[in-house]
Design a protein. Sequence first.
Length: 117
Amino acid sequence: QVRLVESGGGLVQAGGSLALACAASGTTSMINTMAWYRQAPGSKRELVARISRDGSTHYADSVKGRFTISGDNTINTIYLRMNNLKLEETAVYYCNADLRYGLSDAWGQGSQVTVSS
């Protein structure tokens, strides 16, 4: 019922910046919150940042002060601005939508972010 399409990402040197975007379509009124997760090779998927409909945000401790999650008024489109990227932040970044009524989360297709030395 909700489809997420990501854009952005790519290759950047350590200390550089990148941005990701995620656009939701379908029954977007079912969305509670939107978030970005990432999964590095051999690691579990982890929460990076989350934004709620009221604009409140939550960040993983490791990205506080460097990453910024933002969205339009409806959070149907969200963004992740990543500054001062570190080598260990190379991962596939996924957009996530937490849905109402106990429905399974929606996930984007994943965007590769590669941080090089």
